[in-house]
Design a protein around this ligand. Structure first.
Ligand code: HEC
Length: 229
């Protein structure tokens, strides 16, 4: 059997050299070189390992088919799950929690970008009330992308993530809420969280996501959009 003539050392060194190339390639930052060095060479390496160390060449044919079948099943699973992971909305659904997590996790500039995407979707029902568009910050997009998960897009406190909370997320359309609130209070809560004024820790502060000017935009948005007049 040819299997006994395998030069393991040679294959091992070949793998090492390929490893160096596949790590170095992506550092150039050129898309196709990255694809070729990282993924192309990964295939070559996997092939070398399968052929020589897992002895697939010497195994019975059925082993090959088992390997291929499991790879196909894996690809099917990834393909089936990928849309849910990569996309945050579809025709009949919207993953608000994922959107909020993305917006929170990346820096302000990028968060603005996500908010802009939302804004595009909302453009149809856009009214001329978006107070802070001038500063480049889209308060409506930010509100709908993040705050609405709990407070609801209608501001009524009935967002999908708010249901089990106690106390419930504030209903901004309730006149009683506004009876003893002013802009400074609202600003403070959005910036530092409700706990800062003795409220629920479920309403966290957003000072790491939004700067003062952007928080001011949110205050104005809540005022103009939901507050009963
Ligand atoms: C995880 C759920 C959640 C998210 C997300 C959330 N809130 Fe809240 N929010 C709450 C809850 C719960 C309360 C009620 C706190 C209380 O009554 O103690 C609240 C209260 C408030 C209040 C009223 C505070 C007061 O008593 O004066 C404001 C204003 C507010 N949120 C604005 C926002 C804004 C703006 C965002 C988005 C940047 C946001 N919230 C995101 C849960 C949330």
């Amino acid at each position: 059997m040819s299997g006994h003539n395998i030069n393991y050392k040679k294959i091992y060194y070949t793998l090492l050299v390929l490893l160096v190339i596949s790590v170095a390639g992506p550092f150039l930052g050129i898309f196709w070189i990255t694809m070729l060095t990282a993924f192309g060479i990964a295939l070559v390496k996997a092939n070398l390992v399968i052929q020589n160390f897992m002895h697939l060449r010497e195994e019975r044919r059925i082993i090959k088919w088992i390997l291929v079948t499991s790879l196909v099943l894996m690809a099917l699973m990834v393909a089936g799950v990928a849309p849910d992971v990569y996309k945050h909305d579809g025709q009949n659904w919207e993953n608000i929690a994922a959107k909020a997590a993305v917006a929170r996790g990346i820096d302000d500039g990028a968060a603005d970008h996500a908010a802009t995407d939302d804004a595009a979707a909302d453009h149809a029902d856009e009214e001329a009330d978006n107070s802070s568009v001038a500063s480049g910050f889209d308060a409506r997009g930010a509100y709908n992308g993040i705050c609405a998960a709990c407070h609801g897009t209608a501001g009524d406190g009935a967002g999908p993530a708010g249901g089990a909370m106690n106390p419930q997320p504030t209903d901004f359309t309730d006149a009683a809420f506004w009876a003893d609130r002013d802009d400074a209070r609202i600003f403070n809560v959005i910036k530092n969280g409700a706990a800062a004024v003795g409220g629920s820790p479920s309403m966290v502060g957003w000072s790491t996501t939004y700067d003062d000017e952007q928080i001011e935009g949110l205050v104005q948005y809540i005022n103009s959009e939901f507050r009963p007049h």
